[in-house]
Design a binder for this molecule. Sequence first.
Ligand code: IPD
Ligand code: CA
Ligand code: CA
Length: 265
Amino acid sequence: MAINWDEIRDQAVKWANEAGDVIRESFEKELTVETKSNADDLVTNMDREVEEYLINQIKETHPEHQILGEEGVGEEVTSLEGTVWIIDPIDGTMNFVHQQTNFAISIGVYHEGVGMVGVIYNVIYDEMFHAVKGKGAYLNNVKLPDLEEVPIEKSIIAINATWITRNKRIDPARLIPVVDRCRGTRSYGSAAIELAFVAAGRLDAYITMRLSPWDFAAGKVLIEEVGGRVTNLDGDPLDMLGRNSIFAGKADLHQLILDEYLSND
Ligand code: IPD
Ligand code: CA
Ligand code: CA
């Protein structure tokens, strides 16, 4: 039987909204903050609670689907066969802890490796970005227009200061000229929000060196629905089960930056 992707989108939107309520209510309660891989890698009781909430809804409705979640509440996913939900319960945990704003719930649904549904909920702004493959992307009930090309001199690029100073992953000398030439840079501290903003035309591109599938699965669907491109920094397709560098943006700007600044030839 053919899968009804509109229905899956409606479910993802509903559960993201409900998870948003759970998060908003948590502001009244005390938060438990722990660290994961290092002192700046934060996780809270709410990350786990929201992931559990989403996984329970998905499992109850679609017991045959796989679920890849950041906090590992679900099972281990080693293949993209069938339908796979790729979820980040709170993207931007540092913002959630320090600022109580600029964090999002990210839900991507892939089928046989192809992104079919993308939902990003910018909780505090009550902005629901959603898309079904082939049917366009929306912000709440408004269809997002196809991205309009922009010359690099008039572009705003999301990039974290980490990548233009000494770091382990890229020679900053490769990115500094891009930062010099564009109109301005921004960094919101949530990959999902940055990708949703590229889809909405608020940002012209987003460059970062290391994201996991739950950070970009939904954003990739949104951006491709409005004609944008999402690859790694070499311009290659993303590995949906592993970590990747990410370069998302308007198609022509993406090509220009790849050709003039990122390609190794
Ligand atoms: C992080 C955010 C951040 C990005 C990090 C991610 P988390 O996700 O998206 O913007 O720079 O690499 O790990 O841990 O807050 O879900
Ligand atoms: Ca994340
Ligand atoms: Ca997270």
